[in-house]
Design a protein around this ligand. Structure first.
Ligand code: ZN
Length: 134
């Protein structure tokens, strides 16, 4: 079951200045913010906790990062929406049955989570991520 919008991710060129902007917008305190590198996606991320959901700011770590390519093509802005599930395998089996399969098998995401992405060409031009806490 999909239980929550885990986070909404925004691609940025400069994580620190974007974080300052979102700190003002959300009024988030330091303990609501977590910064982490995700080698599997070649990004540095900042999570800003807002209730049970988060805003994720994504800065590419190098030109070969998928986020670098995204910024080159589309500029800064909405990158993906992440939906939380307690059973990633069951949910991807359910969507596959209806004709929507993830781009690749589950991998390790930020914050000790198992993640998959769906091709935006098949999901109405918005990249969708499923996340499961481990
Ligand atoms: Zn994400």
């Amino acid at each position: 079951m999909i239980s929550n919008i885990d986070h909404i991710a925004i691609a940025v060129h400069d994580l620190q200045s974007a974080l300052e902007r979102f700190r003002v917008l959300t009024g988030a305190a330091q303990e609501q913010i977590r910064i982490e590198d995700v080698p599997s996606e070649k990004v540095r991320v900042a999570f800003i906790e807002i209730g049970s959901s988060k805003i994720e700011l994504l800065e590419p770590l190098g030109k070969e990062s998928p986020v670098a390519k995204f910024l080159e093509k589309r500029g800064e802005g909405l990158h993906h929406i992440a939906l939380e599930t307690t059973d990633l395998e069951a949910e991807t089996a359910r969507t596959a049955h209806a004709g929507l399969s993830p781009i690749s098998p589950p991998s390790a995401g930020a914050g000790k989570k198992k993640i998959v992405f769906f091709n935006p060409k098949e999901t109405g031009k918005v990249l969708i991520e499923f996340v499961q806490k481990l």
